[in-house]
Design a protein around this ligand. Structure first.
Ligand code: BTN
Length: 332
């Protein structure tokens, strides 16, 4: 989208209830009525349904349901818009794979790869990720933070907090929380997953890829049979269709605010936010580490995002692994 077209779109998005007059657009943007008309025609060609009425002006009736730079821009905070470079794909293997290619050819921090669908979506630990076309938010953010590799372990937790903040803003009636380290759950089912990959030397981070998948508008049948009991979409949680562009914009705003806060103020504000959303702290959980599993009580997380747990009389620190929550189950 050209900058002017984007500004017109932003004005229409900001006034969903009433028409914005050609006169007002002309005055605020300093362009002619004919120029406005051309931009409106171009927006319509992209799938925006815009009503125009003589003497009243233009009103946006419907946006195309695509996560393009132009459709997300109206929801981004000032400043962030200029900082992000959004690459949109209809279909791709995996946004993480594409983002890695861009990163290795020098793409800057703030590069975002978004796909409507992925045919080889990647989950953690070599698992896959189902990415139904046009139903979720499948994106990867590229960042180049000046931090030590061990400080990067807090980034997935920070990202989970940003997802929860976006859900709270878009669907406040939905109750979601974080299962350590970074799964976002609703009703003990997975709403979102995060796959963070890093390119670093032992003491220097080159770049970090933050892959985020959020299930938004799927119906039951959009998930494969094997996932139906363990996955959930926002729409399945509250019965409402989600505006995916708005969700994505709100998520990117939250992420960027938390990320800047981490770089400037350190771990503590992130830890506080994570603890408030945690589904594990204070609970009996089953810990799966690379070399085995054990039951323990989750006590806290530390500044590297590690989970501190009590097993019998010992406190242990779990830096990598997964946990299973136990609902109403007797301790074995
Ligand atoms: C997990 O919970 O296992 C992590 C899932 C991460 C999925 C997202 S979707 C966008 C990005 N691209 C990928 O291939 N994976 C991540």
């Amino acid at each position: 989208l050209t900058a002017m077209k984007e500004k017109i779109l932003a004005m229409l998005v900001a006034n969903p209830e009433k028409a914005v007059s050609g006169e007002e657009i002309s005055r605020r943007l300093g362009i002619s009525r004919t120029a406005i008309w051309k931009h409106i025609q171009a927006l319509r060609a992209e799938g925006y349904d815009i009503e125009s009425r003589t003497r009243q002006g233009y009103r946006l009736l419907q946006q195309p349901d695509l996560l393009t730079a132009g459709s997300i821009a109206p929801y981004l905070e000032e400043g962030l818009k200029e900082h992000l470079k959004i690459h949109h794909f209809h279909e791709i293997d995996s946004t993480n794979i594409q983002a890695r290619k861009l990163a290795s050819t020098g793409a800057p921090e703030g590069t975002v790869v978004i796909a409507e669908s992925q045919w080889a979506g990647k989950g953690r630990k070599g698992r896959g990720w189902q990415s139904a076309a046009g139903k979720g938010m499948w994106l990867t953010l590229l960042i180049r933070p000046s931090i030590l590799p061990r400080q990067a372990t807090l980034l997935p937790l920070l990202t989970a907090v940003a997802v929860v903040e976006a859900v709270e803003q878009i669907a406040p009636e939905v109750n979601c929380g974080i299962k350590w380290p970074n799964d976002v759950l609703v009703d003990n089912k997975k709403l979102a997953g995060i796959l963070t990959e890093m390119n670093a030397e032992l003491d220097l981070v080159h770049f970090v890829l933050i892959g985020v998948g959020v299930n938004l508008n799927q119906e039951e049948e959009d998930f494969d049979q094997d996932l139906r009991h363990t996955a959930i979409s926002l729409k399945l949680a509250n019965g409402k269709q989600v505006n995916r562009s708005q969700f994505t914009g709100v998520f990117l705003n939250s992420f960027w605010r938390l990320y800047q806060s981490y770089l400037q103020a350190g771990a503590e504000p992130i830890l506080l936010a994570w603890r408030r959303k945690s589904l594990v702290l204070g609970r009996e959980v089953l810990i799966h580490e690379y070399n085995g599993s054990f039951y323990a009580t989750a006590l806290d997380i530390d500044e590297e995002g590690a989970l501190l747990v009590r097993q019998q009389q010992q406190v242990r620190r779990v830096l990598a692994g997964d946990v299973t929550l136990r609902f109403g189950e007797e301790k074995k």
